[in-house]
Design a protein around this ligand. Structure first.
Ligand code: FES
Length: 250
């Protein structure tokens, strides 16, 4: 082994874990840059704006583009390495173009018990792609999700971050067929499904006016509350906490 080999750094990640700096394609315009500055103005510390700024990048480029990374770094006065560090940490930021509709299937414990793995296998088969891939026509991308905190509606799928509760293989197939045909589809909680890019724009802090469509909590989540009301149960009073006076003494 040469001295060079001894010190060769071996990454645990394949090349796919990096932002693709060779793909220079971007739809970022001066308007996008102005919107990034609007986001920054909402925070006392400019760098706190990075997460929504990255969502805005995805809303125009369909992924975290190299141009988007550079724009965020320039505006926030931080290095591209710092932006890349954040963008590659969270799975919600995509390093390759996501589809017009991004499909997530939860396979964490309860969803798995209720059929999540079967749904994921079926979606791979139906769409002809594996996890973290996009169909060649750019219509769909697929992701295995960790618990969505919607276990009372297991097994759960998501389309463009909207919930599709209590899914079955039949319902999942029908969902994909309708989306592929461009028909209007609603989340099982009522909201109209838009596109992944539009959902990303909402996450960047630019509402599309659809946030109040559908209930905020479904019947299964409210069942405990209903039973408690029926029996007149109330939460026990919290013990009183000694107040700390200014200067540190009680
Ligand atoms: S395990 Fe799927 S939502 Fe919790």
């Amino acid at each position: 082994m040469s001295q060079h080999d001894e010190h060769h750094f071996v990454s645990a990640y394949d090349d796919g874990s990096r932002i693709d700096t060779t793909d220079r394609q971007t739809n970022i315009t001066p308007e996008t840059i102005a919107e990034m500055r609007q986001i920054v103005a909402r925070y006392p510390e400019p760098r706190s704006a990075l997460l929504p700024m990255l969502h805005l990048v995805q809303s125009v480029d369909g992924r975290i583009s190299d141009a988007g990374v550079n724009a965020c770094a320039d505006i926030l006065g931080i290095s591209t390495a710092q932006v890349n560090g954040v963008a590659t940490f969270y799975t919600m930021y995509k390093r390759r173009p996501a589809g017009e509709h991004h499909i997530g299937v939860c396979t964490t414990t309860l969803c798995a018990v209720m059929g999540g793995d079967v749904l994921l296998a079926q979606m791979k088969d139906k769409l002809g792609i594996d996890e973290d891939e996009t169909t060649p026509d750019g219509k769909f991308s697929l992701e295995r999700l960790e618990c969505n905190a919607a276990c009372d509606f297991a097994p759960v799928m998501m389309v463009n971050w909207e919930f599709m509760d209590c899914m079955t293989p039949e319902k999942a197939n029908e969902l994909i067929d309708k989306l592929a045909a461009g028909k209007e589809v609603r989340s099982t909680r009522g909201a109209r499904l838009t596109s992944w890019k539009q959902a990303e724009r909402v996450l960047a802090g630019f509402p599309d006016g659809l946030a109040d469509e559908g209930p905020t909590a479904g019947p299964a989540s409210l069942e405990g509350l209903r039973v408690a009301r029926e029996h007149g149960w109330r939460a026990p009073k919290a013990p009183s906490v000694p107040q700390i006076e200014e200067g540190g003494s009680k």
